[in-house]
Ligand binder design. Sequence first.
Ligand code: TYD
Length: 227
Amino acid sequence: MPIGKLIALEGGDGSGKRTVSQRLKDAVDHTEQFYFVREPGGTRLGDKIRSVLLDTEVTTVPVEELLLFMASRLALFREVVRPKLLQGIHVVTDRLDASSYAYQLYARDELGLEDMFRHIRRRYVLPLDPGVTDWLHPYYIFLDLPPEVGLKRKCQVGLQNHFDTRELEFHQKVREGYLHFVRGERHYKVIDASRSLDDVYEEVRVSISQITGIEIPCLQTVADTPK
Ligand code: TYD
């Protein structure tokens, strides 16, 4: 049986990722061909790590953050993502390692961590099983928009965590980091997320339909605000 495709929805804060992935989920609800996850979290360990990472009273330096995000990711891949892919199910993840590269490495001027990041990624995230010759090549869909637009959207809906409250310059570097990372990958698509959520959803829907060969239905329109 062919393995499922791994599709990562990536994007800065307020890019509409969560709304788009919720809408995709609703659209494919009746099929068993897709599974949706979000990072950090999705396992018992990952959920605990998530609450530490989003706790404003916990202070961290980039290497600590990176290791926490990666530990959450590794548990998610071991317990959920890899088994689903091996069953031929397509996995759509709300964030993957482009986020670690953008937030913990690039935007924090910590590219010295890149070797460790790449090593863990190759050794533990991308292999399908210890003996395989083939690796996963995720399909990155990057919802790109100027950070000032994203932050404004997030403020409007009052959904900020301490990752969102950093200054604009930081978010500009996050954006650059994403572009830098995905351009080095085998499969990626950059989508202009400053348009309406309906337009963004449509482009994501068509891309995923092409990647998987499964026609994802259009859904009725949603309110034009990110969740
Ligand atoms: P979350 O509440 O899930 O927000 P969002 O809807 O924006 O995904 O917060 C996750 C935060 O964690 C987000 O600000 C980005 C950050 N993050 C990293 O810094 N590195 C990572 O590897 C991941 C997966 C997320």
